[in-house]
Design a protein around this ligand. Structure first.
Ligand code: SIN
Length: 280
């Protein structure tokens, strides 16, 4: 970002940068969009402060980066089908996205990323963790890398968003349309990031069921090793929200986890998810 007023300040050694010097409520120049896209590719997730966008401005910002995916399981913000609500009320115990995952890996064409805007935050807690899957991949041994590069994995929405899911039962009216949770998808375990070309680990505890051609039991030990490895602190950053904060993450490059440590308080976020491309 040389010669630009936009600055990126990294938030950890592996993933995340806070972006300074930009007001997302105004019409962005093409060069601004290209700089932000480059920052997203470099850092995996970019953070903004004090961006109290209206829903229309949130949608307009997202549309500069791609086509919006209308979420089929989350309740929409009233009047805005493009915006999914990520809500926890004071009386609720279960939060949305409380385990490590990457959104939409159950789709054969997984989402590019999401733009999450904080509308109402608890007085403490409610942070979000992000982890870099390219750093996780690069830290593996050459032998395991070679093995993983030959594998594909099966991902599904059924066990998370289907009618039998405990998560759905506990989420009440925040999630719905469980009859649409029919997708199974197969992706390479190590994919080349569609924009950076960087090799990236693409399995996650939320949606990955097993390696293709392996049973669930056979897959479990290796998947559990990869999950423990990929969630090591040195691959992570942690974002503390304020009202008007935004996190824009790349689903192909990162995992995320919403920390559920604010029982008795309300947290309301607006999420817009962008369509992606097939992974290779
Ligand atoms: C999500 O998993 O998309 C929600 C993350 C958060 O609420 O921090």
């Amino acid at each position: 970002m040389r010669n630009s007023r936009i600055q990126a300040r990294p938030t950890s050694g592996a993933v995340g940068a806070e972006i300074l010097g930009i007001d997302l409520s105004r019409d962005l120049e093409d060069s601004d969009v290209e700089e932000l896209r480059a920052a997203l590719n470099e850092y995996g997730v970019i953070f903004f402060r004090e961006q109290n966008l209206s829903p229309e401005q949130h949608i307009a910002f997202a549309e500069r980066f791609g086509q919006i995916n209308i979420n089929r399981f989350f309740k929409a913000a009233p009047g805005y089908s493009q915006i999914a609500e990520v809500r926890k009320e004071p009386g609720q115990k279960t939060n949305i996205g409380g385990g490590w995952h990457t959104d939409h890996s159950y789709d054969q064409v997984p989402a590019l990323g999401s733009i999450l805007l904080a509308r109402e935050v608890p007085p403490f807690g409610g942070d979000t963790l992000f982890a870099s899957m390219s750093h996780a991949y690069e830290a593996l041994s050459d032998g395991l890398k070679r093995t993983l590069e030959q594998l594909r994995a099966v991902h599904s929405s059924r066990h998370v968003f289907g009618a039998a899911s405990q998560y759905v039962k506990e989420s009440g009216d925040r999630l719905g349309n469980s009859a649409a949770a029919t997708q199974d998808a197969s992706h390479p375990v190590v994919m080349r990031h569609p924009e950076t070309g960087r090799k990236t680990l693409y399995v996650n505890p939320g949606f990955t069921l097993r390696f293709e051609g392996w049973t669930t039991e056979e897959s479990k030990p290796l998947l559990e090793f990869l999950y423990a490895h990929a969630s090591r602190p040195e691959f992570q950053t942690r974002f503390s929200w304020r009202e008007g904060s935004i996190a824009f993450w790349d689903n192909r490059a990162t995992w995320h986890l919403a920390v559920n440590d604010y029982h008795g308080e309300r947290r309301l976020m607006h999420r817009i998810t962008l369509e992606g491309v097939p992974l290779e």
